[in-house]
Design a protein around this ligand. Structure first.
Ligand SMILES: Cc1cc2nc3c(=O)[nH]c(=O)nc-3n(C[C@H](O)[C@H](O)[C@H](O)COP(=O)(O)O)c2cc1C
Length: 163
């Protein structure tokens, strides 16, 4: 069976709670980047990179300090899903933008990105996660009344791909 690892960064615990929920559904291992290095990604076939955004769309600092090291990991053949966490109401002009750093860093790495979602059902003005009518990964906002539905829909797509 292929192994799934979630590598998350969270300041106030919101991302951590979503990460735990997703890990339970996927039977994935959880790694907090506060006390994990990027080398821990190596043994996983499926990788979820997950973080909240701060300060006009920067990755939460536990990932922010380490994202630059992602090139030291061989991503060829790995499936990678991005999950961003942010606030549409308070930061509509940079919603979940920090998580686009994962994509920027890995776009030529040989990783196969999975789990992009439709921009429909969101309410923001700008995000670096947006490409046309798609978001590069799942974007979560704890103030979104439909956040649980979004997680469920996303898991339906990602679960079989991670099997
Ligand atoms: C100072 C500050 C800056 C923020 N900047 C952004 C931002 O640029 N984009 C965004 O989507 N959310 C932003 N947020 C909202 C957080 O990402 C959101 O509250 C998230 O749920 C925090 O998750 P965490 O507890 O896992 O860190 C910001 C929050 C604070 C307090």
């Amino acid at each position: 069976m292929s192994k799934t690892g979630i590598f998350y960064a969270s300041k106030g615990g919101v991302t951590e709670a979503f990460a735990k929920q997703i890990a339970e559904q996927l039977g994935a291992d959880l790694h907090n980047m506060k006390d994990t290095g990027v080398e821990a990604i190596a043994p996983y076939d499926n990788v979820i990179l997950m973080a909240s955004s701060y300060f006009f769309g920067a990755l939460q600092e536990d990932w922010g300090a380490k994202v630059k090291l992602l090139h030291t990991v061989d991503f060829a053949g790995k499936k990678v899903a991005i999950v961003g966490v942010g606030s549409q109401e308070r930061h509509p002009d940079s919603f979940c933008s920090g998580s686009a750093d994962f994509f920027d860093k890995l776009r030529f790495s040989g990783a196969q990105f999975v789990g992009d979602v439709c921009v429909c059902g969101y309410n923001f003005t700008f995000s670096r996660m947006q490409q046309g009518q798609r978001l590069l990964g799942l974007c979560l906002d704890k103030g979104d009344a439909k956040v649980q539905e979004k997680i469920e829909e996303w898991l339906k797509v990602v679960k079989p791909l991670f099997a």
